[in-house]
Design a protein around this ligand. Structure first.
Ligand SMILES: [Ca+2]
Length: 353
């Protein structure tokens, strides 16, 4: 589905509601085949998630969590039907989830509690029940821990080798000093970094930099890490006055390369506003559910390529926040001109399961 088709879908979203047809056999993509054009495709997206066209952002997100974990390929090994259903659910949520937020924002009826609180708690419980253990175990093949949370609590911060499920061993920095210990560092940047961050898709895929300094762990490793359990993420920035700001999401995953490494985030907590899962029309839009873009792979919603200006990121049109830049680390309110001194992205198994 191209950007033009997505644009048509979004313009059509406020159309009259209709009753859902639940339990019907699903066709991941039939747009253009039935003669129905965009309206038929939009209707199918709601049906894929099993929600009515009047569904709120919270209902859409809850349905997505339920279905994506039910049909996740890791829990349906070898099932082409489950894989197709998983892909269809992911695409439906990517389109409808973002559009529902925009619709709420446009109507000035943005109910933050409705969006992220009780329905998502229910979704979390369903997610935990279907996902099994939230904390991954050590790799039976190598003996390396699956992530930094498996280290002894007395271990110091430093360089370690981990091995997420289905991954080769990976050298990482384990942060044993930040609250709760056991964080795996997936990104670190400083304003005057040597790294340009304007790297290719493949370079981002496998990572670059020095884990003792500025680096990107690798989008593929982010995917593999977050597919082996249920993870949370903490974004931390420090401004020139040495004041830190953080934003945490109690669920964090990066889906497969085949789906564009889209970002999936759960509930927000932090010491400021939520710039990743809430739509900010006067900034870059929305980051949650956006695909990853690089200089050589434009998957953003902007007419140009956002990644060409700074670096790889989950852009919309283009960014509310941006940590992958040389001489530009941007977080509104903390360093609104892009002059953050440093940034850090940490992940570990979530507490909600
Ligand atoms: Ca673009």
């Amino acid at each position: 589905m191209g950007p033009a088709a997505l644009g048509r879908l979004r313009r059509l979203l406020p159309a009259a509601p209709r009753a859902p047809r639940l339990g019907r056999a699903l066709a991941p993509s039939r747009g253009g085949q039935t003669g129905g054009g965009a309206p038929r495709a939009r209707r199918d997206l709601y049906e894929v998630l099993g929600v009515p066209a009047t569904a709120t952002a919270a209902q859409i997100k809850t349905a997505y969590y339920e279905q994506s974990f039910r049909y996740h390929p890791d829990r349906n090994a070898g099932s082409a039907a489950a894989a197709a259903r998983f892909a269809a659910v992911s695409e439906a949520y990517r389109v409808l989830g973002s559009a529902a937020l925009r619709r709420l924002q446009a109507g000035k009826s943005f109910l933050r509690g409705d969006l992220v609180f009780r329905p998502i708690v229910v979704a979390m419980l369903l997610l935990c029940a279907s996902a099994g253990l939230a904390v991954p175990t050590a790799s039976s093949r190598s003996g390396f821990p699956a992530d930094c949370s498996r280290l002894r609590k007395t271990s110091p911060s430093g360089v370690y080798v981990i091995q997420p499920a289905r991954s080769p061993p990976v050298v990482v920095w384990c942060d044993m000093d930040t609250e709760g210990k056991g964080w795996t560092v997936v990104q670190r940047n400083t304003y005057n970094t040597e790294i340009t961050w304007k790297e290719s898709w493949t370079t981002y895929k496998y990572g670059f930099g020095n884990v003792q300094g500025d680096h990107w762990l690798g989008t593929e490793y982010l995917h593999l890490l977050t597919q082996q359990g249920t993870y949370k993420v903490r974004f931390i920035v420090r401004n020139k006055a040495n004041v830190t700001h953080y934003a945490e999401y109690d669920i964090f995953s990066v889906e497969s390369e085949a789906s564009g490494y889209p970002l999936r985030l759960g509930r927000f907590s932090g010491d400021g506003d939520d710039y990743l899962t809430i739509y900010h029309p006067k900034k870059g839009g929305l980051h949650d559910n956006m695909k990853f873009s690089t200089t050589d792979r434009d998957q953003d919603q902007h007419s140009g390529n956002c990644a060409s200006s700074y670096g790889g990121w989950w852009y919309d049109k283009c960014q509310n926040v941006l940590l992958n830049g040389k001489g530009y680390i941007f977080w509104p309110g903390t360093c609104s001109s892009g002059d953050c001194a440093s940034s850090l992205i940490l992940v570990k198994p979530t507490d909600v399961c």
